[in-house]
Design a protein around this ligand. Structure first.
Ligand SMILES: Cc1cc2nc3c(=O)[nH]c(=O)nc-3n(C[C@H](O)[C@H](O)[C@H](O)COP(=O)(O)O)c2cc1C
Length: 144
């Protein structure tokens, strides 16, 4: 059994591409060493003038607890909301020690089934994301 956490956050400020790369570099190194896989989505929210992160981590329980400590204590977050946690039988993001989708630098006209993907209001309320967050993350994984 693998544990997983899906969370959503606002960042303290806008996150540049180079800062995102820095986060990713550290995350991948640590995750690889601790058998964690997952995906991180970043999107700048014009309504709040903050970034939104949506991330899943999956792995052994002990690793998930330590990774969660690292992630939730990172001062780049402003507000964090856990959307879902639980257990998987098998990995869902096995190919990525931490994948990244930066929705600001990709031309995303539509994601089938997610008509609100480009909508700031939708991204402004974690309750909107909660029912489909895992499905959305999986869809991005499948899109490669
Ligand atoms: C959006 C975001 C995602 C992160 N994802 C991970 C992650 O998947 N794994 C991890 O170990 N740390 C993650 N972190 C934590 C940072 O990489 C942070 O640099 C780390 O906790 C500090 O490590 P250090 O004490 O070695 O500098 C994340 C931080 C942020 C802001």
């Amino acid at each position: 059994m693998l544990n997983y956490i899906v969370y959503y956050s606002f960042s303290q400020s806008e996150i540049s591409s180079s800062e995102l790369e820095g986060i990713l570099r550290k995350a991948r190194e640590w995750n690889e060493a601790h058998e964690i896989t997952g995906l991180l989505i970043y999107r700048f929210n014009k309504v709040f003038r903050r970034g939104n992160f949506l991330q899943i981590i999956e792995g052994p329980k002990k690793s998930i607890l330590s990774a969660w400590e690292r992630i939730s204590n990172d001062p780049r977050h402003h507000t964090i909301t856990v959307l879902e946690d639980g257990q998987f039988q098998d990995r869902n993001f096995s190919a990525w020690s931490m994948g990244l989708k930066n929705l600001n630098t990709e031309t995303l006209n539509e994601v089938p089934g997610f008509i609100n993907i480009n909508n700031d209001e939708f991204w402004s309320n974690p309750n909107n994301l909660k029912p489909t967050a895992l499905e959305l993350l999986k869809k991005f994984y499948d899109m490669g």
